[in-house]
Design a protein around this ligand. Structure first.
Ligand code: PLP
Length: 274
């Protein structure tokens, strides 16, 4: 498999230094981009978000959105990816361990691709989730490599036989451990506004567009546990799970509803028109 590593294309293996700040501090950012039918989906939006994440943590990227897209297109072609993912990681670089930013360090970047089928069963039948305290930091809008809070809640879900954790901060539903969360009530979709407490999901942006095109009200307003459990429909989204209905939250069950199905159909349209 061809991998992009710091300006070069290499086969299979790369070497990361023990001094990489990504290892020592989680001092870096990442993106996961979907490939459908050998084509990149919403790549521009992903790299715009990468540039924003970099700016927020003051990493100076050397490449433009167009450069990144060209690299991904080459990997998809060379590695013959039909349905799969691209993983992009950029760290602040290598330096003797010290919390303070190094005076001079070059960002360390790698980009690789891999095949991954669509999660058809979850999309069709729905998933079981748990609720968990949102124990993450206060800059969840940055797609940072620091994922311990997310990892611990995802593991908690896994140990409970669930696929995802819906995280709650101060009584408010924020998002999943690796996805955004939504409820449907009286025909309208509600989801947490895009502030510092959630990641502005690219799939969320596509869903918002799908909702608008289908005249479904898309309300970016916080809601709590009571509203979550009283919802008509609950759904979650990410690059990996697309539009996935939730059929159980802790002990409470839900049906897959018509608004979720309508959004799934609209999302499918976007993929077909690639
Ligand atoms: N929220 C978190 C915490 C995530 O990690 C992710 C994706 O991994 C998302 C939301 C969904 O974002 P996207 O739709 O860009 O995959």
């Amino acid at each position: 498999n061809m991998i992009y590593f710091n300006g070069e294309y290499v086969e299979d293996q790369i070497t990361i230094s023990p001094d990489d700040r990504g290892y020592q501090f989680g001092d870096g950012i990442y993106e996961v981009i979907r490939v459908y039918n050998g084509k990149l989906f919403t790549a521009k939006e992903h790299f715009e978000r990468l540039l924003r994440s970099a700016e927020e943590i003051k990493i100076e990227l050397k490449l433009t959105v167009a450069d990144y897209i060209a690299i991904c297109e080459r990997l998809v072609k060379e590695n013959q990816v039909e349905t799969g993912n691209i993983y992009v990681q950029v760290t602040r670089g290598n330096a003797v361990r010290n919390h303070i930013f190094p005076e001079s360090s070059e960002p360390v970047t790698f980009i690789y691709s891999y095949g991954s089928e669509r999660p058809v069963q979850g999309m069709r039948e729905g998933i079981k989730v748990i609720t968990a305290d949102d124990i993450r930091w206060l800059r969840c809008d940055i797609k940072s490599l620091n994922l311990l809070g997310n990892v611990l809640n995802k593991q908690k879900a896994h140990e409970a036989g669930a696929a995802e954790a819906i995280q709650i901060r101060d009584g408010i539903v924020t998002e999943g451990a690796s996805s955004n969360a939504y409820i449907v009530k009286d025909g309208a979709i509600y989801t947490h506004p895009t502030d510092n407490l959630i990641l502005n999901g690219i799939t969320r942006q596509v869903i918002k567009q799908c909702a608008e095109e289908n005249h479904i009200p898309f309300v970016e307003k916080t809601f709590g546990m009571d509203e979550l459990l009283a919802a008509d429909e609950v759904l979650m989204s990410s690059v990996s799970i697309e539009v996935t209905p939730v059929i159980q939250i802790d002990d409470r069950t839900f049906n897959v509803g018509p608004v979720t199905r309508q959004l799934q159909a609209a999302f499918e349209e976007k993929i077909s028109s690639l």
